[in-house]
Design a protein around this ligand. Sequence first.
Ligand code: ZN
Ligand code: ZN
Length: 293
Amino acid sequence: MAAPADAPACPTCLGAGYAVEQVLGQPARARRCTCQSACPRCRESGYVLVQQGSESVAQVCACRHLDERLRVFNRIGIPAAVAHASFETFKSYSPDQERAKALSQDFARKFRGDAPTKGFLLFGKPGAGKTHLLVAALRYLALEKGVGSRYVEFMLLLSDMKAGFSAGQSHMDILKPLLQVPVLAIDELGKERGTDWERSMLDELISRRFNGGLATLFATNYFLEPRAVAEEPGARVATRGKDFQRDAEAMSLAQRVGDRIYSRLNEMCTFVKLDPGLDLRKDTHGAGGFWGR
Ligand SMILES: [Zn+2]
Ligand SMILES: [Zn+2]
């Protein structure tokens, strides 16, 4: 929420009107900045009178939009480690990163709740900023447009589905919350191969979202083609031991999620490679790791 043009920006929130709290083990939470605690426009009534022709009409004050947007943001489930991830804090070091940022920003800016929007899938090695860009898109949607979303990690999604099933929930009960949210972001796609049941649940989730015109975003460490590591001379695909992890990483996304889900992803997403060029994990793209910004 920008301050009136003649007022200097608040030093705490730089005029944003809110601050995001980062608490270990907790999803990121945004709260009103103290500069917004007493709204000078509506004097806390929540509405303002605007002149329309000869009439005076009551309108919701912008400060109430802020409260609603903060509530939307607080429901996303952003992990604490990336609490400050935004497009502003994302640093590009490679053309891939520049492109991926532009695409995710474009998605967030053009998103409309009333028309089907194609999602995107970011793929590349760990440390390139995939999670950062997913979260930045969700943050923008919430705080700039009031659009609701959920962030889920693939492994947690699978374990939640299993837990729901064990607790006697029907598969629609399990999927329902994820079918209602306008934008869903699934991170670490393919990290676990999943059982047939888990795959069919995932397939149903994303197909239903696709058919309902709802956008789904993904990030994965798996590439579209099997990586060269498995094709080195004499290399065999190991099924256990030290080499297993390496070979698992070399698999393609289609091998990890299955052909059926893979072709669905192709229909519903723009695929974008995100490679760092160098290892940037330490920097976390300016989101500051845990303790700084
Ligand atoms: Zn402030
Ligand atoms: Zn107000």
